[in-house]
Design a protein around this ligand. Structure first.
Ligand SMILES: [Zn+2]
Length: 205
């Protein structure tokens, strides 16, 4: 049986100050025979609301990526460091869980709301599990936020998960405590890419 080759590429788009350390912010490109999907969009500008995290930007627009070739965008969730580049994709479908979009639009101090509702955004609200492309699924993964989702990519080596902040550091997957983290472990993934880690989990994979 033929297996479709699908690749996942991390792209670092910023660093943020978290306590005494700088933490990277990654987005992930999925190259699929039927399209190119971007998971999360990082940040492209500074904002007073998050100045205390001293963002150092390396925006997507300066990475040599053909943004016009991206056929769909997925937001794992809508915190500011995951949706700050959404405005670059006006007219492109942006897939997000319905609950997440509702929370981002209604809860105080949840995100930078004008980055969510940038001009021309086309949100596709997903309610639960969704097959975006053959071998690329969105799964609700509550924990970091109630409306978080992960992206599961079927590869020859096994499932590769793009987890957003469902786990922020490796220890949260070693010893899962949230529904989302337990879901990730239940998939028996080959690799899990986190938004704020340089390497995939498990270490050395
Ligand atoms: Zn984050």
């Amino acid at each position: 049986m033929m297996t479709t080759p699908i690749t996942v590429t991390p792209v670092r788009v910023a660093t943020l100050l978290a306590g005494d350390e700088r933490m990277p912010v990654f987005v992930h490109l999925i190259d699929h025979p039927a399209g190119r999907v971007l998971v999360d969009t990082g940040m492209t500008e500074l904002h007073p609301a998050v100045a205390d995290m001293d963002p150092q930007l390396e925006p997507l627009t300066e990475k040599g990526i053909d943004l016009d070739g991206i056929t769909a965008v997925v937001n794992t969730h809508l915190h500011f460091d995951h949706c700050g580049g959404n405005h670059l994709f006006a007219g492109t479908p942006v897939y997000v869980q319905r609950r997440e979009l509702e929370d981002a639009r209604t809860l105080d101090e949840y995100t930078i709301r004008e980055w969510v509702d940038a001009p021309g955004m086309t949100y596709i609200e997903v309610d639960g599990e969704f097959e975006l492309l053959p071998g690329v699924r969105l799964l609700p993964a509550p924990g970091h936020t109630p409306g978080s989702q992960i992206v599961v990519v079927e590869t020859d080596a096994g499932p590769v998960v793009i987890a957003g902040d469902s786990a922020v550091w490796f220890g949260e997957l070693d010893e899962p405590t949230t529904e989302g983290q337990r879901l990730i472990r239940s998939l028996d993934p080959h690799q899990v890419w986190l938004a704020h880690a340089d390497e995939p989990w498990p270490a050395g994979s």
